[in-house]
Design a protein around this ligand. Structure first.
Ligand code: HEM
Length: 448
């Protein structure tokens, strides 16, 4: 027996669309609190359910994942830039691409990136030393965006991309900006209209494509002995068919990795730094643990999954999950936790809602890294990287990077977050609105 799930009544014509547009994060949290773990909304003629129980999420992402596609308006919009990359494709095509790309993201292979993460993080620390001495605050979000872009750029292309870095940074900024505007607009503006937004998007996409094509072209026949992701993807073969990727597939995957690997990681790092800057005790205990464990300084590969830093990063992503909302569409009628889910509707899964559910997380809004010291939470009560077959392919990369960056910065600096609680800006990712100022001081004789 299944029943229709309860949910907000919404506007007579637009349903819950106005609420979702006005304050998506607040509205979804209130809906779960008010209507339970399967809450039903309408958007004009469309129906959506927010599923927030670990059992329901497991059902959608894992047990009955075959019934759920990523064919949603949000993903269709992302295709304008990502094409048919891993994040946006579905079915057999996706499976084949995932099989080919997966080995490039194995932990052992990722270790090749330890040095570059250390090098760029140390360069940032050297600059921050100047800011600390001058008493000039730094903007954590801006700094983390630049750092993660440099790291993912070099991981993808090797050092060849250095000369193109400003072009890539500008193009990605433009793309994220336009993508966000398109994402949240109720009535889409046709992308062929020659308005400024579309022109900017097209120019940025062309600039990014140009860099990607040049990199692919330049790498042809020269991949052996190289450890960058592009070379790995160019050499990779489907273990079942022996086939590699076409140039178009390579382009789509490379841009997908750029876009998915850059802002998500930067947002998580920004919130981790902000939270440490408002919780002096947590900063002090992490710094003391780092001094004890690594008296000669932090090396990326040593701190990957090092518990004192891992729990801080986990807790930051619990409170502020960068991939805060994702959606699926069922291809056949289904039942989730006893409620009927009609085919061709939408299912929303929000880490932002679930990670702050009081029934799952005592003192849900508080920053308490020690909660990760105990037994691991249910796999689908904490899922910053998603779950099931579509879970993030870059999670090891992101964690290795975040653990190293946070540990190194903490060992070298103390800081206060002087800008108050950052307002969240939930769009494609959950990010802070405006600057996130940190007022730095050097720790006494920090290791280099
Ligand atoms: C803190 C950083 C990151 C977070 C929170 C994050 C989160 C996620 C989540 C939740 C998904 C699943 C979305 C869904 O099920 O609809 C995903 C997918 C994906 N992520 Fe990440 N990600 C991060 C970093 C990265 C990095 C560093 C890369 C690559 C370098 C990356 C590449 C991808 C790709 C390619 C997919 C699609 C996988 C597939 O469907 O096969 N991500 N990510």
């Amino acid at each position: 027996m299944s029943t229709v799930a309860p949910g907000p009544r919404g506007h007579v014509i637009f349903g819950s669309l106005p609420n979702l547009r006005q304050d998506p994060a607040g509205f979804l949290r209130e809906s779960q609190a008010g209507f339970g773990d399967v809450a039903r909304f309408s958007f004009g003629t469309k129906v959506a359910h927010l599923v927030s129980s670990p059992s329901g999420i497991r059902h959608v992402l894992q047990t009955n994942a075959k019934n759920y596609t990523k064919n949603t308006p949000g993903i269709q919009k992302l295709k304008a830039i990502l094409g048919e990359g891993l994040l946006t494709s579905d079915g057999e095509f996706w499976l084949r691409q995932r099989r080919i790309a997966q080995p490039a993201f194995h932990r052992e292979r990722l270790k090749a990136f330890g040095d570059l993460i250390d090098r760029h993080t140390q360069a940032l620390c050297c600059r921050w030393r100047g800011s600390a001495e001058a008493g000039a605050p730094v903007d954590a979000h801006r700094e983390m965006m630049a750092l993660t872009l440099t790291i993912v750029g070099e991981a993808l292309f090797g050092s060849d991309v250095a000369a193109d870095a400003p072009t890539v940074a500008h193009a990605l900024d433009e793309i994220l900006l336009v993508q966000d505007a398109r994402f949240t607009r109720a009535v889409p503006i046709p992308t062929w209209l020659p308005i400024s937004e579309n022109r900017r998007f097209d120019a940025a996409k062309a600039a990014l494509d140009d860099v990607c094509w040049r990199m692919i072209e330049g790498r042809r026949g020269k991949t052996s002995g190289r450890s960058d992701l592009l070379s790995m993807l160019m050499e990779a073969r489907d273990p079942e068919t022996g086939q590699g990727m076409s140039d178009k597939q390579l382009r789509d995957e490379v841009i997908t990795l750029f876009v998915s690997g850059h802002e998500t990681t930067a947002n998580a790092l920004t919130y981790a730094l902000y939270l440490l800057g408002t919780h002096e005790g947590e900063h002090a205990s992490l710094a003391a643990a780092a001094d004890k464990a690594f008296p000669k300084g932090i090396q990326c590969l040593e701190v990957f999954h090092w518990a004192p830093v891992e729990r801080v990063v986990n807790e930051a992503m619990r409170l502020y999950p960068p991939a805060w909302l994702f959606a699926r569409s069922p291809i056949a009628d289904d039942v989730v936790d006893g409620f009927s889910i009609p085919k061709d509707s939408f299912v929303f899964i929000s880490a932002w809602v679930v990670h702050r559910k009081p029934a799952l997380w005592p003192r849900a809004d508080a920053f308490e890294p020690s909660r990760f010291d105990g037994p691991a939470p249910d796999r689908f009560a904490y899922f910053p990287f998603g779950g099931g077959a579509r879970q993030c392919i870059g999670s090891n990369f992101a964690e290795m990077e975040m653990h190293a960056i946070v540990a190194r910065i903490v060992q070298q600096f103390c800081w206060q977050s002087t800008g108050g609680t950052p307002t969240i800006d939930p769009k494609v990712t959950l990010r802070p609105k405006g600057v996130v100022p940190l007022s730095l001081t050097l720790r006494a004789a920090p290791p280099q």
